[in-house]
Design a protein around this ligand. Sequence first.
Ligand code: FAD
Length: 377
Amino acid sequence: MNSFDVAIIGAGAAGASTAFHLAKEGVKVILVEKNSDFIVKPCSGGMAASVQHLFPFSLEPVVDEIIKKVKFTWCLSDQVNADLSSSSPFWIVKREKLDKFISIKAKEQGADFLTSFEVKQIVKRKTKWVITAKDTRAIQARCVVIADGSNSSWPNEFGLGPKNLHYASTTSVRLEGRGLLEEGTSIFDFGLVHHGFAWAFPMQNSVSVGVGTFIGDHAVESKEVLNQLLPSLGFSQEAGARKNSNLRVWNGHSQLHTDQMVVVGDAASLCDPFLAEGLRPSIMSGCEAAIHINSWLQGHSKDLSGYTKAMKTKWGNSMAWGRRISQVFYRFPKIGYQLGIKRPTAPKRIAQILSGKMGYEDIAQRVIKRLLLQRSN
Ligand SMILES: Cc1cc2nc3c(=O)[nH]c(=O)nc-3n(C[C@H](O)[C@H](O)[C@H](O)COP(=O)(O)OP(=O)(O)OC[C@H]3O[C@@H](n4cnc5c(N)ncnc54)[C@H](O)[C@@H]3O)c2cc1C
C-alpha cells in the first residue's frame, strides 16, 4: 500500500489548494478525486480577486470576466448600482477550469493525483490513516484532509465542523450566450426569492444564473423565479438545464481539526450564510490547513489546533456576523432592501465584502458605532 504524509480527499478548490501548498513545501502528498475529470459544478464562480495573494502563480488564465458593476434589484426593479471599476475587483471563473488549474499546479510541485478514486472508508491503524476507495484501492497517510464538499459524511463521523449542519437550497442554470447581460456586470435580486436571492453572473460565452434560499428547511422554489428572471436577461423561460443542490453554510464556530485530520472548504461548513461566497473560504482554508499540517509534520507544533484557531480569526468571526445579518435580512427582506441595500453607502460596502476587502464584522462595528453616536446626540 502506498504511503504518504498527507492524503487529501476531493479535488475541488479547497482540496487542490491544500495539495498545492503542501507539495510546494516538499510534503509527500496525494490528492484523490472521485470523478474521472473536472466537471461543471453548480457554482457561479464569483470570486474575490484578493484570493490571488494566496498563490505564487497568476490565476488570470482561469478568469472569464472581471466584474466592474453590480446591480441590485428588488423584483427586477428599484435598482441600485455598485461601481467596482476603481477599487474592488471581483472575478468570475468557471469551476471546471479553476479546480483543474490548481490541481495541475499541485502536480507540478510534486503532488500525486488519483482520479476515479471514490473514498468509501477512512480508518486509523496505529499511527496512520488507511483510506479505501469504492474499487478497493487503498492508500495510507499520517494526516487526512477532508475536502469532499457539501455532501461529506466524514465531519459527522469524526466530530468535525458544526454539530447542526445548515444548508442553503439552490438551483443553478448555465445558459449558452450572453443574452442582455452587460459586459462586466453581475445582478443580485433580493425580491424574487423567499428567504434568499437570485443572481446572474457573466461567463465567457455564457451566463450563470442561480437561485438560493438561506433560512428555513424548504427547498427553493426556483421555477417561478426563473420564469421571471430569464426573460429579463433575454433568455426564454425554459432555457438551460437546471441543477438543484444543497450548499452547507457556516453555522457557528466549530472544531475543524482532530487527531491527524482537518476539514476544509464546504465540508467544513465555511460558506458565507448571507451571500453564498464559498470559493474564498475554501481556498483560504486550504492554505491555512497546509501551513498548520506542515508545521505539525516538522514537529514545530504538537497538534493541528492552530488551524481551527486561524480559521476562527480569519473567517469565522466575520461569518458570525454574516449569519446574524442573514437571519434578520432574509426574514424581513423588503425592509432589509430599503434600509440596507438602498443606504447610500451600502452598495460600496457589499462590493467590498464580495471583493474580500471588508468583513461583516467591520460592517457590524460601523453600525454599532453609528447607533451609539445617534444615542449620544
Ligand atoms: C448554485 C451555487 C452557486 C455558487 N456560486 C458561488 C459563487 O459564485 N462564488 C463562490 O465563492 N461560491 C459559490 N458557491 C459555493 C462554492 O461552489 C463552494 O463553496 C465551493 O465549491 C466549495 O469548494 P470545495 O472544494 O470545498 O468543494 P467542492 O467544489 O464540492 O469539491 C469537492 C470535491 O470532492 C469530490 N468528492 C466528493 N466526494 C468524494 C469522495 N467520496 N471521494 C473522493 N472525492 C470526492 C467531488 O467530486 C469534488 O470535486 C456556489 C454554490 C452553489 C451550490
